[in-house]
Design a protein around this ligand. Structure first.
Ligand code: BES
Ligand code: MN
Ligand code: ZN
Length: 469
């Protein structure tokens, strides 16, 4: 479900607001926007408030209908990062309530509001848990900032929803239907069309499943004159059992979110018009279910990708790169973009390298890499640039095909890097970047802007990049 909390701007703070949030910093001086009739400094000192971001001091106040509350919220150093923490803490505190009136902090109100809305996200099947606050009425904010925050947060929520959906519902055809709901022109290749056009990677990965694969193309064309054309490619494995190279239970049970990259692409495309993006963007989602069965591909099979390159499949669990290779080759050959960015829960190895808070970006182009790292920093989807180490390219040599999908032995290691090197073979000579989000795609905590399960990581950095740089 989308985020049910809404945010709007109010011109004035009503005197009798039942729930009122007021910012303060370490000097314990709250915003002077409202007359509180409270000994504010003494109160904050009494509660030993420090003004840190995320800190909230709650004070009961007399109201006509009984007792109301003023929530003093710390804003730390007032940086976007601190304001995000403050915003998320506030909505988490007022669960189950109707309206929270918020005196906006000084600084990046869009970041503050976006975080407040994200903290209200939850994925529930049935009526479990407490409802989030129904509305945030923000005083002292610019309407366009709040509107942008709302659009971005809803896009993140859509990506989370798609990724959190159980795979018993979410097969490739279902994902294509959801993509078609984004309001943009969508083209979907079914099995027959995939066969006709030579998408051998997507077909090979999807062969073991009773739910056939799909290739999905979404097109956004801005009204204004176009300055560039970007292609986004998302990994859309609706469930990754590993295939015949079967995963152990503990590793398998999280793999309904293996289409998180594809979900991000759908959500980003759906938000571009509302954000007034002036870039032409084509979204591609390579969707398949990776299952073991009598029709599944075998370790040692050789497949032929879009464009004719052959690959020896040594491990059917390295399936993401197989479906992405088709999509990247198609983008290069047919779409002629100025830049290609793929996003994928590609390797467990990247969470060893970067953990759960920072995503990886690999790039063939320094300018593109820097743009993405900067956008990630600004949007709070942090990325770290990883190297494409040339010495490791022999890892993917095959004696019978153009390439192997994994290293046969263990001479090189570097699982996330060799996966990126594999993708590079199919990206052509255009500026290309690859985001490995296997570490950051899921959260184990319900905290701050994160909820347990899918994170929607990638939506904010890509929207930031496409609409602000
Ligand atoms: N979908 C997985 C990667 C993954 C692992 C995502 C953990 C999220 C959490 C991917 O398809 C995969 O299985 N990768 C293998 C590659 C290996 C066979 C070379 C891996 O990481 O073990
Ligand atoms: Mn896999
Ligand atoms: Zn996978």
């Amino acid at each position: 479900m989308p985020i049910e909390t809404t945010a709007s701007v109010v011109a004035e703070v009503p005197d009798d607001a039942d729930l009122l949030a007021v910012p303060y910093a370490s000097d314990l001086d709250p915003a002077h926007v409202v007359e509180l009739h409270l000994p504010v400094r003494d109160l904050l000192a009494h509660y030993e408030a420090k003004g840190e971001a995320g800190e909230i001091v709650e004070v009961p106040v007399a109201r006509a209908g009984g007792v109301g509350r003023v929530l003093f919220y710390g804003v730390g150093d007032g940086s976007p990062r601190a304001l995000r923490k403050a915003g998320a803490a506030l909505t988490r505190r007022v669960k189950g309530k109707d309206t929270l009136t918020v005196v906006a902090p000084e600084g990046d109100v869009a970041a503050f509001t976006e975080a407040a809305l994200l903290a209200a996200y939850s994925f529930k099947i049935g009526n479990a848990g407490k409802k989030s606050v129904r509305s945030l009425a923000i005083a002292g904010a610019a309407p366009d900032e709040v509107r942008r925050a709302q659009t971005v947060a809803q896009a993140v929520a859509l990506a989370r929803d798609l990724s959190n959906m159980p795979s018993s519902v979410k097969n490739p055809a279902w994902l294509a239907e959801r993509a078609a709901e984004c309001g943009l022109p969508v083209r979907v290749w079914d099995e027959e069309q995939l066969q006709a056009d030579g998408f051998g990677g997507i077909l090979a990965v999807g062969r073991g499943s009773v739910s056939p694969p799909r290739f999905i193309q979404i097109s956004y064309t801005p009204d204004e004159p176009v300055d560039r054309h970007v292609v986004l490619v998302g990994k859309g494995i609706t469930f990754d059992s590993g295939g015949l190279s079967l995963k152990p239970t503990d590793n398998m049970k999280t793999q309904k979110t293996d289409m998180a990259g594809g979900a991000v692409v759908i959500a980003v495309l759906g938000a571009l018009a509302q954000l007034g993006a002036s870039v032409r963007v084509t979204g591609l989602i390579a969707a398949a279910e990776n299952m073991p069965s009598g029709t599944a591909q075998r370790p040692s099979d050789v497949i032929k990708h879009y464009g004719g390159r052959t690959v020896e499949v040594l491990n059917t669990d390295a399936e993401g790169r197989l479906v992405l290779a088709d999509a990247l080759a198609y983008a290069d050959a047919v779409l002629g973009p100025d830049a290609v960015v793929d996003i994928a829960t590609l390797t467990g190895a990247i969470s060893v390298a970067l953990g759960r808070n920072v995503g990886a970006v690999y790039a063939s182009d320094d300018v593109l890499a820097k743009q993405l790292v900067d956008a990630g920093q600004a949007a709070d989807d942090r990325l770290w640039r990883m190297p494409l180490i040339e010495d490791y390219t022999p890892a993917l040599e095959s004696s019978i095909a153009d390439l192997a999908n994994v290293e046969a032995g263990s001479r090189f290691g570097a699982g996330s890097i060799t996966a990126a090197l594999f993708l590079r073979e199919f990206a052509g000579r255009r500026p290309w970047a690859h985001l490995d989000i296997a570490g950051v795609g899921r959260s184990t905590v319900d905290e701050g802007t994160l909820s347990k399960g899918a994170t929607g990581f990638g939506v904010r950095v890509l929207l930031e990049w496409l609409t602000r740089s």
